[in-house]
Design a protein around this ligand. Sequence first.
Ligand SMILES: [Zn+2]
Length: 271
Amino acid sequence: MEGFVQMFQKKTRASNLLSFFVLISIQTFANDLFEGQSGEIISIPAAVQENSDFLTFKTSSGTKQLVSLPFVKQDLMITRHHVNVKVNWVNFGESRITIADESKVTLSKEDQSRATKEAIEIKKALSNSTTEITPSFDFVPPVPGIVTSPFGKQRFVNGLPRSAHLALDLRGSVGTPIIAPLKGKVVLIGDYFYTGLTLILDHGYGLFSSYAHMSEIKVRLGDLVEQSNEIGLVGATGRVTGPHLHWTVYFDGNKVNPESLIQEDYLSSIL
Ligand SMILES: [Zn+2]
């Protein structure tokens, strides 16, 4: 009897497994499954129903569009635009920093409301992207410095977990020129609690980049800057442990890994 029960259980498990695979293959067949890493951009076949504000690329395997994947803390199935995507978790590691000025860690009521107001301002600047510029995705590094903190690291400030570092820190001494990595329009200039002197460029079609902790800004709101034009100088303004450039790139509603974008032939590598 015991043997029969075991056999029965085995058979049930096997047929469950079989129906699971059948289900998966039907799903895949009916609705292509795409895959990519946390914080990266992938390409998908362009949907005819997408509006013309969406950037498309003609390739030998058809017309494609780019989709950004969010930063995830575990593998995640999501639907982006018209496709299902599996976003793979990446172990980016962690970093622990100490900020001596406790008032910049545990915010006073005034600082908290200032930071909240500034976050809304930044969100607003990112809410509307121009279609007058077509981004080439052919980025050049904004400063020549080496990476001091990569994208995705879990941050601990004075021992307490904070949000992950969804930007790239590049080494640079105060006064190092920062250049536009791509043609763009200056859509925000501010002096903020966390990010100090800050500048945001709109590169078109939902691609933005931001520059934080600058010591000086060399452009004005509304300026159109060409690739490699100087936009400002590296500094140590806002909440920092030392001078560096904190470079954030946003695309299609997510913060993406800037380090991938400066790889050679980046666009052709993802199309
Ligand atoms: Zn940073």
